[in-house]
Design a protein around this ligand. Structure first.
Ligand SMILES: CCCCCCCC/C=C\CCCCCCCC(=O)N[C@@H](Cc1ccccc1)C(=O)O
Ligand SMILES: [Zn+2]
Ligand SMILES: [Zn+2]
Length: 447
């Protein structure tokens, strides 16, 4: 039902408002207990986002927050095995836009809470559920407003759990077993517009270089000159160290001795697009606009480059590196938007959020041996909540293979019915685990 409502975000400020409103009505209908429970306050923020405040019975426990988003990216029918907003189930999988990003989390959080309430569970620790409606276009109207509202109320959170990582299966060649990566940091971004202006004229007597040619050469230099490999800074080294013993010989020796073998490993990571994204700031030329007529020398050429900034770099450093690569003063640089990478959240033994996630993984996925800290290569709504907590964890309790990763924002996005049920179970247990004083002990209810 949730997948059938096309809550598409097209551009900043451009949403399917009819669908967003319908989604609000839908969750009222399918989770009636959540909405009628006296200790749960529901507010609509920024017209279409939802904030639930679940008042716990023990005010001495610091609250936490579960995040998810109800909007999705567009999905033209082409290439899909089933229509993207049909929500059809086939061979045990629910297909559709949002099944992994991120209506699975929206529905699993509310479903788990509904089930706990039906069983008369009263949480001890207060928590918030924030469901943004514009994450896919930067979160300015949803997450940012919820964050400001909670800040104005003086709320400080023990931790936040959002989307942004999974139980990863098959992402590192030679690592046969899946492992859970909990992202403790998030890459930043810089959207840079490069522009070249030239005097227009008749194409029959062209200048040696046109604005298009100059700009094409500039973006090509950017593509051909990767940003520096930052292997060794940020959580990746720790991720690999934790995985070391899962590799077979000789990879286990290599990963156990990164002090010696780091040059080999850092090169290995560069080979695949996804692991490459973990070792450096990436450069993606995403838009190119130029030319007005076939026989007119183009007056202006513009290209947009989307950099995803490694946690060990800053927006200013990347901007300078980009200018140093282009080295052509005919090319103007315009910063359209930027966001610094997020700091690394604590993941030591005392880090409540991280430890709760780890222990719930151990209980719900006993076959998973390794829970490792990592970096989210994309951006999430959680970046708007740094004013409320230093503990931001990005983890979806769902198995993900490389082809599933490509389906996110791509075609044939799907989740198995069993994976969705397990996600509900995870949140059902997580909420109960969060109610224990310090470290989670065995939970009270079985699903
Ligand atoms: C060593 C282990 C290998 C690890 C491989 C990592 C595999 C990656 C796994 C999961 C990543 C999934 C990320 C899903 C979250 C997507 C969120 C998203 O798309 N955000 C948008 C937000 C945005 C930002 C700015 C403007 C508009 C939207 C994004 O980042 O583009
Ligand atoms: Zn998402
Ligand atoms: Zn997305």
């Amino acid at each position: 039902g949730a997948i059938q409502i096309p809550t598409v975000s097209f551009n900043p400020g451009e949403f399917n408002t009819t669908a967003l409103a319908a989604f609000g009505e839908y969750i009222h209908k399918v989770f009636p207990t959540v909405f009628r429970t006296s200790f749960i306050q529901h507010e609509v923020v920024g017209e279409y986002s939802h904030l639930f405040t679940v008042q716990g019975s023990d005010p001495s426990l610091q609250p936490y927050m579960l995040l998810a988003h109800i909007d999705v990216v567009p999905a033209p029918d082409q290439g899909w095995e089933v229509p993207p907003f049909s929500g059809l189930e086939r061979d045990g999988f629910i297909y559709g836009r949002g099944t992994l990003d991120n209506k699975n989390s929206v529905m699993a959080i509310l479903q788990a809470l509904e089930l706990l309430l039906i069983r008369n569970y009263i949480p001890r620790r207060s928590f918030f559920i924030a469901l943004g409606h514009d994450e896919e276009v930067s979160g300015a109207h949803g997450a940012q407003k919820i964050s400001a509202l909670l800040q104005a109320r003086g709320v400080q959170l023990a931790f936040i759990v959002d989307e942004g990582s999974f139980i990863l299966d098959g992402f590192i060649p030679s690592l046969k077993k899946p492992f859970a990566m909990v992202s403790v940091s998030e890459k930043g971004s810089l959207n840079l517009m490069l522009e070249v202006n030239k005097t227009p004229g008749h194409s029959s007597a062209p200048p040696k270089e046109t604005s298009i040619g100059i700009l094409a050469a500039a973006v090509s230099r950017l593509e051909q000159t990767p940003m520096p490999n930052m292997f060794g800074s940020g959580p990746l080294k720790m991720t690999l160290q934790q995985l070391a013993n899962e590799f077979s010989f000789p990879a286990n020796v290599i990963f156990n001795n990164l002090w010696l073998f780091w040059p080999i490993v850092s090169r290995l990571m560069e080979r695949e697009d996804i692991t490459n994204a973990l070792v450096r700031t990436t450069t993606a030329v995403t838009m190119f606009n130029a030319g007005i007529k076939v026989n007119v020398i183009p007056p202006v050429a513009q290209a947009t480059v989307n950099f995803r900034i490694h946690p060990a770099q800053t927006v200013q450093e990347v901007l300078k590196l980009a200018k140093d690569i282009v080295v052509d003063d005919r090319v103007q640089f315009h910063v359209l938007e930027s966001f610094e990478p997020l700091p690394v959240s604590p993941f030591d033994d005392q880090a409540l959020g991280y430890q709760l996630i780890r222990q719930t993984i151990q209980s719900v996925f006993p076959e998973i041996n390794i829970v490792a800290p990592g970096t989210c290569i994309a951006q999430t709504d959680s970046r708007h909540y740094t004013n409320l907590t230093t503990g931001i964890y990005r983890f979806n309790p769902v198995y993900l293979q490389p082809q599933d990763f490509r389906s996110i924002h791509g075609i044939n996005e799907r989740i198995s019915v069993q994976a969705y049920e397990t996600q509900v179970k995870f949140i059902f247990e997580f909420i109960q685990n969060a109610d224990t004083e310090q470290r989670p002990v065995s939970h009270l209810h079985e699903l």
